[in-house]
Structures are given as C-alpha cells and as structure tokens.
Write a protein that binds this ligand. Structure first.
Ligand code: 3HC
Length: 295
C-alpha cells in the first residue's frame, strides 16, 4: 500500500476542522470538504484563528501558518477527494448519511484509498460493510479539541486488513498523536468509560446530591480532571452526548448508557451547550452561570 500524501477530511465542523488542521500541520496536502459554504467558511475561520493564536504565542512563525493554510484545500465538491490516499469522514452521526457518503466516495476514489470514520459510537463493521473496500476501512476517533488532545483511537473491525490498520496507526503517529488500538466495540475505550460517568453526574444532580457547579468543582479538584462533567458535556455538545448515549444504549441495552430524562429534555429544547450558547451553563457573559433550564 502506498504512502499517504494527500488526505481528505469530509465534514468541517468542530471535529472535522480540527482534524483537517492537524493533517495540514503535519505536512499533508489536505482537502477539507463541506456541503455548505457557510459551514465551510466557519471551519476554515476556526482553523485560521487557531493558527493565528499559535503565531501570537510564538509557537509557529507566520511563514509556517501560511504554509499550513497553503496545504489546506477547502471545497464543496466531493470530486476533489478523488486523488486522496486516505479519507477521514467526520460528518453527522447518522448511519444513512455515512453509508451514502462512502458509497459516493467508492465510485470516485482510487481503489487503493483507505477510508476511515471519526465516528464516536457507530459500528465500524457496519460502516465498512457498506463500502466497496471493507478491508481498507478503519476507525480514526479523535478527541475534542483535536489540535490539543493527544489521543486517537485506531479501530479495526473483522474485515480491516492488517496493512490498513498499520497504515492508519502510523498515520495517527505522524500527526504527533498517541494512538491506541481498539476493537469495534461501541464507544471504543474512552466513550465506554466516559459516557456512563457523565450520565451519572446528571443522575447525581437529579437526585439532589449537589449543585451543578459543585459537582463540577468536586471532580476538578478531587480528581484533577481539567473540566467537571457538566462543563465537559456543554463542551462536547449535549446533542452529541445524547446521540452517543442513544446509540450505546441501543447496542448494549445496559441502563448505564441510558439517557437520563433531563439530558433528553435539554436536547429536545435545543440546550446543546456552548455551540447554542446554553446548556447546563449559560455562556452569554464572560463567566458562565447555571442556565435557566436547570436553575
Ligand atoms: N482549539 C484549539 N486549541 C485550543 C482549544 C480549541 N478549542 N481550546 C484550547 N486550546 C489550546 C489553547 O490555545 C492552549 O494552547 P497553548 O498551550 O499552546 O497555549 C491550550 O489549549 C490550553 O488552553 P487554555 O489554557 O485556554 O485552557 P485549559 O488549560 O483549560 O485547556 C482544554 C483547555 C484543553 C480544553 C482543557 O480544558 C481540557 O483538556 N478539557 C477536557 C477536554 C476533554 O476531555 N476532551 C475529550 C472530550 S470527549 C470527546 O471528544 C470524544 C467524543 O466522541 C465525545
């Protein structure tokens, strides 16, 4: 299998833009594809801001920033992914949408192109089985914020060839990340442990154990976590957390993965965390305060 030179990232949202940034930073020619110009612009603006911040902090020079942006090719056209050696899918967590995407990619990409998904909870086996290349399909699960978090879960399913797995693992290392090898179990390693913890925090609040800020403070100061569970939920997105929970519960039928009623109601009400300005906290002012939904 040939070396990776050109990478395609499909989806330029929170995760996709971060993935595209680290690929371009690591020296790869990176095609970043979105379906809508406004979403694409938002993703590229986020990347540019991150790089400008790195220049201001003298972590990289202006010439480095320009070279990174020069390697980044934002596009609305799927055809621009035809020559990519590796495609990383980071679109919505919807099986139908992902199947449709990989089927289109199968028709236009080279036979040698390796396909991967940044899915946090869907089955890699099921995604791979819907493509024309189940042997060249892996999971590459990044963590938010992608430019900062060192971990990548590299997921192989029964059909993944050893060669594709090794290529993906080495690719993650080439981004300066620290990969771990995972089997295709819903939630892989991190979400399998993290999601029940976050849901337990919501249940603790519902049971009147302590206030939201105090539960957050407890986990930050008592366990050394950088963020408490509610701040983290708002950071990840309560829509994302709800969808992951739903998929994990559907897979395991284990009450640990079931959404507490409060999470479902916040999801339905559009309290999705930082991205909508309100979740467990309200982000209207400089200092977040507990939101009206949970006061
Ligand atoms: N994008 C890019 N860089 C960012 C960033 C972002 N969104 N947020 C912070 N940074 C950078 C800052 O520029 C700074 O860089 P520097 O060290 O080069 O100066 C560095 O990160 C530290 O930032 P700050 O000093 O502003 O803030 P903190 O020290 O509080 O760190 C944090 C911010 C890294 C987000 C930290 O709070 C943290 O680690 N939080 C936990 C994050 C976490 O658990 N993520 C995993 C979520 S689960 C997931 O993604 C899986 C999915 O499937 C749900």
């Amino acid at each position: 299998m040939s070396e990776i030179q050109k990478v395609g990232v499909v989806g330029c949202g929170l995760m996709g833009s971060g993935i595209a940034q680290v690929c371009a930073q690591a020296g790869y020619d990176t095609v970043a594809r979105e379906v809508d110009q406004a979403l694409l612009d938002r993703g590229v603006t986020g990347i540019t801001k991150n790089l400008d911040r790195a220049v201001a902090k003298e972590k990289i020079g202006e010439a480095d920033r320009d070279a990174i942006l020069g390697r980044l090719h934002p596009t609305l056209s799927l055809d621009d992914l035809a020559e990519c050696d590796l495609v990383i899918e980071a679109i919505v967590e919807n099986l139908g949408a992902k199947h449709e995407l990989f089927s289109a990619l199968g028709e236009l990409c080279k036979a040698t192109t390796v396909f991967s998904s940044n899915t946090s909870s869907l089955s890699i086996t099921e995604l791979a089985a819907g493509t024309d290349r189940p042997d060249r399909f892996v999971g590459l699960h990044f963590f938010n914020p992608v430019p900062v978090m060192p971990l990548v879960e590299v997921v192989r399913c029964g059909s993944t060839s050893e060669e594709s797995f090794r290529l993906a693992y080495a690719f993650a290392e080439s981004l300066g990340k620290q990969p771990i090898a995972c089997g295709d179990n819903t939630g892989f390693v991190v979400n399998r442990l993290l999601v029940p913890y976050m849901l337990d925090a919501i249940r603790a609040y519902e049971a009147g154990v302590a206030s939201i800020p105090d539960i957050d403070k407890g986990m930050r100061l008592g366990c050394g976590y950088p963020m408490g569970p509610f701040t983290l939920g708002d950071f990840v997105g309560l829509d994302t957390l709800y969808h992951i929970t739903d998929i994990m519960y559907d897979e395991y039928r284990d009450a640990r993965f079931a959404s507490p009623p409060l999470l479902r109601r916040m999801f339905l009400a559009g309290y999705h965390g930082r991205k909508t300005g309100k979740g467990f906290y309200d982000y209207s002012d400089d200092e977040p305060v507990v939101s009206d939904f949970v006061k």
